[in-house]
Design a protein around this ligand. Structure first.
Ligand code: ZN
Length: 204
């Protein structure tokens, strides 16, 4: 593990030899479902607010709301501005269980796509490769994880997929533990902890 204060490598559960801080036994990284929900709900809210302001200065809010009941196109528009909110709820739902945890022995994941566990002793390679956001598990919506990050409206984000390759058993392909952009909070620290265990990734 690494000291959370000074980043000195040290066994989990010990005290840091440099700064004396407690080294955690295990570090856990949550999924970004709540972030997706907040950003996408905010987009819907902005669209609702913009529509109400537009209606206020043109046909009147009351008339506009009544027209939703009478004009299918207006009703369709009213529903369409709720699409981002619906997407936010969907991604919150599938990422709500996402959690990666790291200890001195292993990395493991609880996930909508299935739980995984890989002991560091079984890791034979650690690779990184460039991917497109649409190739990630969550797809293009991974872009949302850039919004309102690092005190920026849209932050830079490397689109790298990190792969821990395990030991193949009985003629089956080796297990791959993949970490993709856009699913987890605090990826940089997670990657530092992995590197402390298995060394830097090999670029492909
Ligand atoms: Zn320290």
């Amino acid at each position: 593990m690494l000291c959370p204060q000074c980043e000195q490598p040290a066994p989990g559960g010990s005290l840091c030899s440099v700064c004396g801080a407690q080294i955690p036994d295990r570090e856990t990284f949550e999924g970004q479902g709540t972030h997706y929900l907040l950003v996408l709900a905010a987009i819907s809210l902005l669209l609702v607010a913009a529509s109400l302001i537009w209606a206020h200065y043109t046909v009147g809010v009351g008339a506009w709301l009544r027209s939703m009941l009478q004009e299918p196109w207006v009703a369709l528009y009213g529903l369409s501005i709720l699409i981002p909110l619906g997407l936010g709820v969907y991604y919150w739902w599938i990422l709500r269980e996402e959690e990666v945890s790291i200890s001195d022995e292993a990395i493991q994941r609880r996930s909508h796509w299935g739980d995984e566990h890989m002991a560091w002793d079984d890791v034979v390679a650690y690779r990184q490769r460039q991917i497109l956001l649409r190739q990630t598990r969550v797809g293009r919506v991974a872009w949302v994880s850039r919004v309102m990050r690092n005190h920026k409206l849209v932050a830079d984000m490397t689109t790298l997929r990190y792969e821990l390759i395990g030991t193949a058993e009985g003629g089956t392909p080796p297990p791959v533990f993949a970490l993709e952009p856009g699913t987890l909070d605090d990826m940089p620290w997670l990657l530092r902890l992995i590197e402390e265990r298995v060394g830097p990734p090999t670029p492909l």
